[in-house]
Design a protein around this ligand. Structure first.
Ligand code: NAD
Length: 238
């Protein structure tokens, strides 16, 4: 029983942060869950930029779980800086981890998902995929790419008469290790207070604020929703 009972979910970047929270939430609501990440305990090893690894790991997850019905493209990185000083290698890395991952994941998951419809592909973009910030061009551009790639996948599946949906989630600042950079500069408390002042609701988010959106998109409660975006941002984009 549960809101996603019988679903078989594969989550990238599942070792910590939003991926781990989404994994716990989906499992609590009845799904079978496979977590993948770079070499970290408790998760299947997968570098989301490597096509051969995707093929192998999805094969194994689908065979272990008895199919695949939900893909959460959650792995992502930031860490880039202002355009004039941004190293080209770091630009390419952010683009690859954030965008190639969604392309490769969707491409190879569809092979398995078409056998276990209905399916749902959930792509972690960001408010930074909708609103530019002047500090992180690679993160901005990559998350905007995720936003439209997610819609492209949605329209493709609908046109192919597949009952497989694709939607994106756009968080603002959420308390996960991805914010460690800010904390290192100012100290965690001051860093979080600075970020919170930018959010109309006056706080940064909790991982479960995002996991709840993942749960909704993974469940059949959202069965008529595809090509859409959910902003979970305390009003920052309003
Ligand atoms: P996080 O840094 O805590 O976790 C990201 C995970 O992705 C890590 O476990 C990391 O090992 C993994 N990862 C990185 N590169 C990978 C690769 N090449 N292959 C496989 N796994 C890889 O970050 P988070 O806050 O949990 O973020 C999850 C997603 O949500 C990201 O896409 C991020 O851009 C997005 N997001 C986060 C926030 C936030 O404030 N936390 C806001 C907006 C969007």
């Amino acid at each position: 029983t549960g809101r996603v009972a019988g679903k078989k979910a594969f989550i990238t970047g599942g070792a910590q942060g939003l991926g781990a929270a989404a994994g716990r939430m989906l499992a609590k609501e009845g799904a079978k869950v496979a977590l993948a990440d770079l070499n970290l305990a408790g998760a299947q090893a997968l570098d989301v930029t490597q096509e051969d690894q995707w093929i192998e790991v999805l094969e194994k997850a689908a065979s272990d779980m008895g199919g695949l019905s939900v893909l959460v493209n959650n792995a992502g990185i930031g860490g880039d800086g202002p355009i004039e000083s941004l190293d080209f290698g770091l630009w390419k890395k952010v683009m690859s981890v954030n965008v190639d991952s969604v392309f490769l994941g969707a491409k190879h998951a569809l092979t398995h998902m078409r056998a276990h419809q209905p399916g749902s592909i959930i792509n972690l973009s960001s408010i930074a995929g909708l609103i530019a910030n002047g500090n992180s061009p690679a993160y901005n551009a990559s998350k905007a790419a995720v936003w439209l790639l997610s819609k492209n996948i949605a329209l493709y599946c609908a046109k192919m008469k597949l009952d497989i949906r694709s939607n994106s989630i756009h968080p603002t600042f959420i308390d996960t290790p991805i914010l460690d950079g800010f904390s290192a500069w100012f100290g965690k408390e001051e860093a979080f207070a600075k970020l919170a002042r930018q959010v109309p609701m006056g706080r940064i988010g909790e991982p479960n604020d995002i996991a709840n959106a993942v749960l909704y998109l993974a469940s059949d409660e959202s069965k008529f929703m595809t090509g859409a975006e959910i902003k979970v941002d305390g009003g920052i984009s309003a």
